[in-house]
Ligand binder design. Structure first.
Ligand code: NAP
Length: 541
């Protein structure tokens, strides 16, 4: 029996997969979406840990493709919490009747390119096989949770959680002794909320993080109105910015300001909240001296907030520039260490040696816990792509091709994998921007490309090797002109043992990246090669 056929298979029903489905359907492409979860929402479906919240303002972290949608939806807070964002995803699915083309609870296990038919053979864990002209990996950048391989992991008998894969039923920590391992964005958001409920929380910190207060507030009607009345214009402005978001980004160079002026500016932006502080000076992420003034300002804030100077000192990041590991945004994180039911363990001083039946042991102490929360991050940007057995031309495996780090043309496609697209793949601005803006840009680029191919009788598209090599080199060059590579961050793959250390996202900014992508199209898809449908049919005969 021959496999079922469709034009497009989309892997993932997060914000990227949902918008893709909506557009493909409107354009008349037969489309199937496969999603491991039981509902839409992607990252907001999985990351439902206590305190999970977006650090891009909701008026900006939302779809722009439908004026009706952006007018009708009301956010209750400036920075929305996970349940409301998930509710929004559900609303979008209802509104555009998306779920009928999504197979939930279904994981794509392999995608093999058949050079005879120039189509992808896709299989799922439900045993289904499907032949598709195009495959779009809308699998998210931060979607493969990683639990470190601690000795004795299986010996521990208490409850185990991972922030990136949180249970759907309510978790009650009341009265419990809880360990939280990891102090990235997820840990920093979860710890204050868990500490309010638990009997005692012990935080295991490997690297102290810089975190800025969200200064979150209820949404006011006036503020929402100021966006809704101007949405088309403001969304267009957002698309042109480096971050894909409107905010205060100064053009002043940091050392042109006096010390007093810098202090005033940092203070003002700390009060403004969110990531505003990083926009204080234009050269914040390229000039170490300027960066150090902001880093020191934040360190002083931490020392002011945390009563015990020894604890404060442990919480202060000293070894890398601010912003080079993804900046965290918190609600009461440092204040939490003033509670008498919270303790901090610096595992650089006293490493975790192993988990035990009742807890864990560091080099100096044994701890007992009712629950351990891993807030230990993700195999970012490539981990989820590698979970699918992807084979391109000549049986080339994606995993092998990217052995020394991801190689893409614009983070959209990779040489030897014709007709396979990625949404916000490595080599695109993705995680350095407001993801909604980058997702919409990629989805629009991909769908426009498919229409172009249909209109021109083209069967396949793939990047040329030289064009891809040039792009990879450019991505690296731009990254190394900044301070970012100075931190052992997940942007660099540094959180996963054995992962190549390559700065994965494109740091050139969402606005200029969009211009580059548009120009490539205007220049006849420069750097891509197409095969016409007729040539492909002849080859198959
Ligand atoms: P993360 O930033 O990678 O943080 C993981 C934490 O676990 C780090 O503190 C890391 O320490 C620690 N860790 C990892 N392996 C360890 C080990 N073997 N032993 C001890 N500690 C270990 O992960 P995340 O907090 O889940 O955040 C990931 C990304 O998701 C964020 O950067 C952000 O882009 C996104 N996110 C966004 C939001 C938001 O919008 N507010 C919220 C959550 C997540 P080291 O630093 O030493 O590696």
């Amino acid at each position: 029996m021959s496999a079922k056929k469709c034009d497009v298979v989309i892997v993932g029903a997060g914000f990227a997969g949902m918008y893709l489905l909506h557009r493909m359907r409107k354009l008349g492409f037969s489309t199937r979406v496969f999603e491991t979860g039981t509902d839409v929402g992607g990252t907001w479906y999985w990351n439902r840990y206590p305190g999970a919240r977006c650090d891009v303002e909701s008026m900006q972290y939302s779809y722009s493709f439908s004026e009706e949608l952006q007018q009708e939806w009301n956010w209750s807070e400036v920075f929305s919490a996970q349940p409301e964002i998930l509710e929004y995803a559900g609303h979008v699915a209802d509104r555009f009747d998306l779920r009928r083309d999504i197979d939930f609870n279904t994981t794509v296990t392999s995608a093999h390119y058949d050079e005879g038919t120039s189509r992808w053979d896709v299989t799922t864990d439900k045993g289904e096989s499907l032949s598709a002209q195009y495959v779009v990996m809308a699998t998210g950048c931060i979607s493969t949770a990683q639990t470190p391989d601690f000795k004795g992991l299986d010996d521990y008998k208490g409850a185990v959680y991972h922030t990136g894969n949180w249970p759907h039923e309510k978790v009650d920590f009341t009265g419990q002794r809880v360990a939280v391992i990891g102090t990235g964005s997820s840990g920093i958001q979860a710890i204050p909320v868990i500490a309010e409920q638990a009997g005692h929380v012990t935080v295991f910190q490997r690297t102290p993080n810089y975190s800025l207060p969200a200064q979150n507030a209820p949404m006011t009607e006036d503020y929402a109105r100021s966006w809704k009345d101007e949405y088309p214009n403001l969304r267009e402005q957002m698309r042109q910015t480096a971050k894909g978001a409107l905010g205060e980004f100064s053009d002043v160079m940091g050392l042109e300001a006096s010390q007093a002026e810098r202090a005033t500016e940092y203070e003002r932006r700390w009060a403004l909240g969110g990531t505003a502080l990083l926009g204080s000076f234009r050269d914040m992420m390229v000039n170490r001296d300027v960066n150090e003034t902001a880093a020191e300002f934040v360190r002083d804030k931490i020392r002011d907030i945390v009563h015990d100077p020894k604890v404060a000192d442990k919480l202060v990041a000293k070894d890398y520039p601010i912003g080079t590991k993804r900046i965290c945004v918190d609600s009461g994180y440092f204040e939490t260490f003033n509670r008498n039911n919270v303790a901090l363990v610096d595992i650089n001083e006293t490493p975790i040696e192993n988990l035990t039946a009742n807890g864990l042991a560091t080099s100096t102490e044994e701890f007992e816990f009712d629950a351990i929360v891993f807030a230990t991050g993700f195999d970012a940007m490539t981990g989820t792509l590698f979970k699918v057995d992807i084979e391109g031309q000549g049986g080339a495996r994606l995993r092998d091709k990217w052995d020394a780090g991801p190689r893409t043309y614009f983070g959209l496609m990779s040489e030897a994998f014709p007709n396979m697209f990625m949404v916000t793949g490595p080599g695109s601005p993705s995680v350095l921007t407001n993801m909604m803006v980058s997702i919409e840009q990629h989805v629009d680029w991909i769908t426009d490309c498919l229409v172009h191919m249909r209109d021109n009788g083209l069967a396949t598209i793939a990047p040329e090797l030289q064009a891809q090599d040039d792009w990879v080199e450019h991505v690296n060059e731009v990254a190394h002109g900044t301070l970012f590579p100075l931190a052992a961050s997940w942007y660099m793959g540094a959180n996963i043992a054995g992962k190549p250390r390559i700065f994965m996202p494109y740091i050139g900014g969402a606005g200029s990246y969009r211009e580059i992508c548009d120009k490539v199209v205007a220049d006849g898809y420069d750097g891509f090669s197409f095969e016409p449908a007729s040539a492909q049919a002849t080859a198959a005969e």
